[in-house]
Design a protein around this ligand. Structure first.
Ligand SMILES: CC(C)(COP(=O)(O)OP(=O)(O)OC[C@H]1O[C@@H](n2cnc3c(N)ncnc32)[C@H](O)[C@@H]1OP(=O)(O)O)[C@@H](O)C(=O)NCCC(=O)NCCS
Length: 182
């Protein structure tokens, strides 16, 4: 079923432990970015390599932001998208693993909210929080043909390697600070 575009005003807030379920929804959107269901919720939950992007959220070092539709009924804020960072280890790496001290980005926006600048806003907000937390670099993995790569390149990510059919990209947060005059 096609989702109708949403028109409400959207804000960004910090992600908390209560957002674990929504982050899992967004992880599914990220894994299933082609629109086809490559992985079901159950498959992700049963597979450690897939679920470790959100399992046990929010643990130490986890940092995330949630975009919320401020025009929900009775003043409710409806989650519309999320971006978050988690550290991995060489022993149990993410797809975009670079080093232990370089957290990996995951992000998605619900289909009805895409193409309105929400993804770019989430990325900006998360990068600013990460820089404030003393994080110097963040990484990600983006599969070939995923148009999300354009968003990442525009945000300053550069390709540093390949993993299967995906690019590994890194954003230097210091360079970003200089770029926006901070
Ligand atoms: C990637 C994603 C988070 C971007 O969110 P968004 O709110 O649509 O992004 P924005 O509106 O801020 O767009 C920013 C840029 O992203 C690029 N882009 C991202 N997805 C795109 C798509 N499906 N089609 C065209 N351009 C896209 C464009 O370059 C766009 O810039 P432009 O509008 O100036 O051309 C969203 O498309 C999404 O959830 N995709 C599915 C999940 C996914 O792929 N996650 C990332 C896995 S690595």
């Amino acid at each position: 079923m096609r989702e109708e575009p949403r028109q409400g005003r959207v804000g960004v807030r910090d992600a908390g432990p209560e957002d674990a379920e929504f982050l899992l929804d967004m992880l599914l959107e990220a894994f299933n970015w082609t629109g086809a269901e490559r992985f079901s919720r159950k498959q992700v939950l049963r597979n450690k390599t897939l679920s470790h992007y959100v399992a046990g959220w929010q643990r130490e070092g986890d940092l995330g932001v949630v975009a919320v539709d401020l025009a929900g009924p009775s003043g409710f804020q409806i989650p519309a998208g999320a971006a978050w960072l988690r550290r991995f280890t060489a022993a149990s790496p993410g797809y975009g693993f670079v080093a232990d001290d370089v957290p990996e980005l995951s992000m998605a926006v619900l289909p009805g909210y895409r193409g309105r600048g929400i993804g770019a806003g989430l990325l900006r907000a998360l990068a600013a929080r990460a820089r404030d937390a003393g994080i110097e670099r963040i990484s990600l993995s983006v599969e070939d043909d995923n148009p999300a790569a354009r968003l990442y390149t525009a945000a300053g990510f550069v390709k540093v390697g390949r993993n299967g059919n995906a690019d590994t990209m890194v954003l230097e947060l210091d360079a970003l600070g200089q770029a926006v005059g901070k």
